[in-house]
Design a protein around this ligand. Structure first.
Ligand code: GMT
Length: 381
């Protein structure tokens, strides 16, 4: 198949999933064309059947706002014609589903549109009345719509009342790259006296509730020696630095910024903290599980579909930092329990969220949409 993929190419779970999926589809022999504003950051080395088509927005004085959406739609249509695309798989509804719809109007009905909903395109933008009708339209005009959790499907239906089947396809991790790496020496640099390492990775936006991470860390440190590693960047980072200084914890917390080799970094962690108030899936939780790191998180959104409570980590109420600290301590102070959770996490990530299985689900959905025979080996979610 000739497949076009559009996503946000910079850091972010939806871009990671889109890029990793593209790589898997290319490994399966499909021609994959990324149509994005810059090279997707996870694309990495050269792949013989992966192509990158840059969306370049020209600036003209007549425009107060450069028309990125129209340029993207135009580029999608060009690539669809030139490369004979069978389908465009767009990740994140806004504006990608609408741009794909426009491209399809230009190219003709043979071009199919697959839209994957990732979370904030519904759970944040869906509340914005200046966008919500457009989002609903984009979803309803797509030929196939998937969402990364059942909870996100429920929220999409409740909020936007869309008249469209939405198919759940979970996110995945590539277990050939996501496993616990040997980072003993590296870990000593950050925790020279054998301190436990708590970790948080996010885009430091309010929905991630990063202040809760700091509160949990403070409570944990009252009981055991521990360090905190914060990975990523975003609008709340400044406030978090101030908070850590005010608590006198600056020698105990490491700010590592954006990281390329996430599996290596995660392998240093003892517990991953993800106290989000919204999270359609929580790719970071899955990445941690794949590396055998239990996750202490919340009941928000799709997280209960990823992290099984009392099996791979703990699900707590949003904002309940005392319980999160208690659960973190229970894991860190009981080696047998910790090892069991670690084993359960690896098993769950490699069974339920196996990269091959999820790639087959997408591939079979494409084939069905295009009227081609689906592989018999695939398992529905
Ligand atoms: O987490 C974010 O704010 C980034 C956002 C994105 O679009 O990349 O993440 C969303 O998509 C990820 C991949 O499907 C999910 O794992 C995240 O849970 C989801 N974020 C939210 O729902 C807040």
């Amino acid at each position: 198949m000739n497949i076009g993929i559009t996503c946000y190419p910079s850091l972010g779970g939806s871009g990671v999933v889109a890029t990793e999926l593209g790589k898997l589809l290319a490994e399966r022999g499909h021609n994959v064309h990324f149509i994005t504003s810059s090279m997707p950051f996870r694309l990495g080395k050269f792949h013989p059947n992966i192509f990158y088509h840059e969306v370049e927005v020209n600036h003209y004085d007549v425009f107060k706002y450069p028309p990125y959406d129209l340029t993207l739609a135009n580029r999608m249509a060009q690539v669809a014609r030139n490369e004979n695309l069978d389908l465009l798989h767009v990740h994140y509804a806004v504006p990608h589903a609408l741009c794909a719809y426009l491209a399809k109007q230009m190219v003709g009905d043979r071009l199919k549109i697959v839209t994957t909903l990732h979370g904030t395109d519904i759970t944040v933008l869906g509340y914005d009345s200046s966008l919500s009708d457009m989002i609903r339209f984009g979803i309803e005009q797509s030929d196939l719509v998937t969402a990364v959790s059942n909870d996100l499907i429920r929220q999409t239906k409740d909020l936007l009342h869309v008249n469209k089947e939405i198919i759940p396809v979970y996110n995945f991790v590539d277990k050939r790259r996501y496993f616990r790496k040997d980072v003993q020496e590296l870990k000593k640099v950050f925790a020279p006296n054998g301190e436990k390492i708590l970790m948080h990775i996010s885009n430091f936006r309010p929905v991630k509730r990063v202040p809760d991470v700091v509160e949990v860390f403070r409570l944990v440190r009252r009981q055991i020696p521990a360090k905190l590693m914060l990975i990523g960047e975003g609008p709340d980072l400044c406030e978090i630095r101030k908070m850590i200084l005010a608590y006198g914890l600056d020698q105990e917390v490491y700010f590592l910024g954006k990281q390329e080799d996430v599996a290596e970094v995660i392998s240093m962690a003892d517990v991953m903290l993800l106290p989000s108030e919204k999270e359609s899936f929580g790719l970071v939780a899955l990445e941690a599980m794949a590396c055998g790191v239990p996750v202490v998180t919340t009941v928000a959104g799709g997280l209960p579909e990823v992290v099984l409570d009392g099996v791979c980590g703990y699900l707590c109420q949003i904002g309940d930092v005392e319980t999160m600290a208690k659960r973190t301590l229970s894991l860190l102070q009981d080696k047998a329990l910790y090892d069991q959770f670690s084993k359960n996490s690896i098993e769950r990530s490699s069974n339920t969220f196996c990269h091959d299985k999820i790639a087959s689900q997408y591939e079979n959905l494409y084939k069905k949409l295009l009227g081609r025979e689906a592989e018999r080996t695939s398992q529905p979610v």
